[in-house]
Write a protein that binds this ligand. Structure first.
Ligand code: PGA
Length: 250
């Protein structure tokens, strides 16, 4: 399977800025390596514009940064999988640590979104990760197990390995410039792989595991070649098209 080189633009970029970034990135990656694909998780207001830029461009996909677990109704401020698809998305993120910490999303709620979005035809990247306190307190495995197992609790046992991905993002490495070292990434991705195989004995070996947390052009090539690293989820360094291009080609 291709390595998934994903950009999380978070709450950045107006429509014009998003169009410009998407167009620059596409033009600069006209010869994308066969083993790479790019997914941009753009803000809602820029999705339709990015979809226009991506139309017919092989290897580029679009995703929402969040989704709700109902298809319509009185849920002010929320967005449904059908709305994301209508805006041109094929992908969505669930469980980003900022959603968990700032917006108090529980693993149970994230699990509902994950299962519903998959059922509605979106490819889901479920984000999991521990805080520094949890890691230093010896709780790494229990935290990741809770987030992963509850996050996929209602997912069909036969889910396709191309529809579900896990992004391991240690909270202490997000936006801090503090990247996890190769040993920490290797150990933790092996642990996530073990949890995935326990839950999905068939596809658990091939469901992609992305690393995220201060990925930059100068550390991406080391990270992407590690065992069980099947892609990256890039925040800050993805906002600049030239830097995202270097990461995609790392
Ligand atoms: P960062 O963010 O690359 O800025 O650390 C990653 C993320 O939050 O997905």
């Amino acid at each position: 399977m291709k390595k998934m080189m994903a950009a999380n633009w978070k709450m950045h970029k107006t429509r014009a800025e998003a169009r410009e970034s998407a167009a620059t990135l596409i033009a600069s990656l006209s010869s994308m390596p066969d083993d790479r694909e790019v997914v941009i998780f753009a803000p809602y207001t820029a999705l339709a514009d990015c979809a226009n830029e991506f139309a017919g461009k092989e290897g580029f996909s679009l995703g929402g940064q969040n989704v709700y677990s109902e298809d319509h109704g009185a849920f002010t401020g929320e967005i449904s999988p059908a709305m994301l698809r209508d805006a041109g998305c094929t992908h969505v993120l669930t469980g980003h640590s900022e959603r968990r910490a700032l917006f108090h999303e529980s693993s149970e709620a994230i699990g509902k979104k994950t299962a519903f979005a998959l059922k509605q035809g979106l490819k889901v990247t479920l984000c999991i990760g521990e805080t520094l306190e949890e890691r230093e307190g010896g709780h790494l495995e229990s935290v990741l197990r809770e987030q992963l197992i509850k996050g996929v609790a209602d997912v069909d046992d036969a889910v396709s390995d191309s529809d579900l991905a896990i992004a391991y993002e240690p909270v202490w490495a997000i936006g801090t410039g503090k990247v996890a070292g190769p040993v920490e990434i290797l150990e933790t991705h092996a642990l996530v792989r073990k949890l995935l195989v326990e839950r999905f004995p068939e596809q658990g070996r091939s469901i992609r595991i992305l690393y995220g947390g201060s990925v930059k052009p100068d550390n991406a090539s080391e990270i992407i070649t590690l065992d069980n690293v099947d892609g990256v989820l890039v925040g800050g360094a993805s906002l600049d098209a030239a830097s995202m291009r270097q990461i995609v080609l790392a």
